[in-house]
Structure formats: C-alpha cells, structure tokens
Design a protein around this ligand. Structure first.
Ligand SMILES: [Mn+2]
Length: 220
C-alpha cells in the first residue's frame, strides 16, 4: 500500500458529521371549511409536545407519538368536532404527514428503516417503516369489533387505521402495522401509536456511517 493509498483510506474512513446540514423542522398550516390545523415538528427533538385537537384521546395518542419518537410536536387544531371527530382527526393526520415529509427532506444520512414491537399490558403491536418516498400502508390484526369501539367519548376505533394510513400517504413512507394481540380498545390504539413512534425514531435517526442518501438509486 502506498502512502497515497493510506491517506485515501484514512480520509474515506472518517465518518461525516451526524449533524444534518439543515434543521429537520417544518411548520405548516391548512384551513378548510371543516378544520384549521397548525403543525410544528422537529425530527431532532426530545419528544416535547403541545397538542390540542379538540379530541382529547387523539391528543393523548399524539403526545405519545411525540414522546416515543423523540419528535417535538406542536399541534393546534380546531374543527367541526360537534359534527364528528372524523374531519379534524383526519386533517391533523394530513398535515402531520406533510410536515414529516418536509422535515425529512432529501433523507440524507438517515437510517431509513425502522422496526419496533411494543407492548402495552396485554396488547402487542409491531410497526415497520421505510422512509422511501413511496407511500404504502398495511394494517392487520385488530380484533373483531375494535373498529366500532368508542374511546374517550368521540374517538372511533376505526379512526386508528384511517389516521395511520393518511399519515403514511402524506409522509411518503411505507408503513406496516401488525396488531399481534390485545383486548382493551384504549390499549390497542395506544400500542399502535407507540410502535409507530419507535419505528419512526429508528428510521429517521442519522447514521454517521450512511454517506448521502440511503438508496442504491441515489434518491428516495
Ligand atoms: Mn393511555
């Protein structure tokens, strides 16, 4: 090995800084006749959240998402919750997904894949994510009747799937959620949000060994 080779090898072995070139943040607002939604998001946060959607159980789930993904989230939403929570819940998922996509940017240096299996008492959920720029959603295993459970007075069990699918589509991620076991409706939802949070945390983590964009194609 020549002196030149040694120098080149040494240079190549030095990992690039794990710090992103730009802050991975987004601040979006969206208004329709049904809702007004504001989302501020920081992928490199510590899980802080301020959440107010008018649907208290959804606030609880989004706070859990922030806490376990270490993504800072500030969400203010007002909507026609007196009609049904559905519009507001869906619209928050749209803006949250859009904000995630914007914050993750060109995906330079990220781990890209995340996989987490999370229990909550009797409930057990696996979530797997690929921050690929190609939206896809697979949802399996909720027990019969979960879709019809009414949690916290106005959060229908069917909304869990709707929120996660909407988020995946707008975030541009492939998201697989498998409910492996569970009985309590609250636990079944919360375990899904926690598993998704942990999978996202792993996927967006910057890996100092990743040089550039983690795709053989060179873009995601
Ligand atoms: Mn809870």
């Amino acid at each position: 090995m020549t002196q030149q080779d040694t120098e080149r090898n040494h240079r190549d072995a030095v990992p690039p800084s794990a710090a992103p070139a730009a802050p991975r943040i987004a601040h979006l607002t969206r208004s329709t006749d049904e809702s007004t939604v504001e989302v501020e998001l920081d992928l490199d946060g510590s899980g802080d959240s301020r959440i107010s959607t008018g649907v208290r159980f959804y606030d609880h789930m989004l706070a859990s998402l922030a806490k376990h993904s270490l993504i800072d989230l500030h969400i203010e939403a007002t909507g026609d919750v007196d009609v049904d929570a559905h519009h507001t819940v869906e619209d928050v998922a749209i803006v949250l997904g859009d904000a995630f996509r914007e914050a993750v940017g060109d995906k330079r240096g990220i781990s890209r894949f995340g996989d987490a299996t999370v229990p909550l008492d009797e409930a057990l959920v696996q979530a797997v994510v690929d921050v690929a720029g190609r939206p896809y959603f697979v949802h399996e295993g909720e027990p019969e009747g979960q879709a019809y459970a009414l949690i916290g007075g106005n959060f229908a069990g069917s909304l869990t799937r709707h929120v996660l699918e909407t988020f995946a589509q707008h975030a541009g991620i492939a998201l697989h959620v498998r409910v492996l076991s569970g009985r309590d409706p609250h636990h079944l939802v919360e375990a899904q949000f926690k598993a998704v949070a942990r999978a996202l945390r792993a996927a967006v983590a910057l890996d100092p060994r990743v040089k550039g964009i983690p795709s053989a194609k060179g873009s995601l």
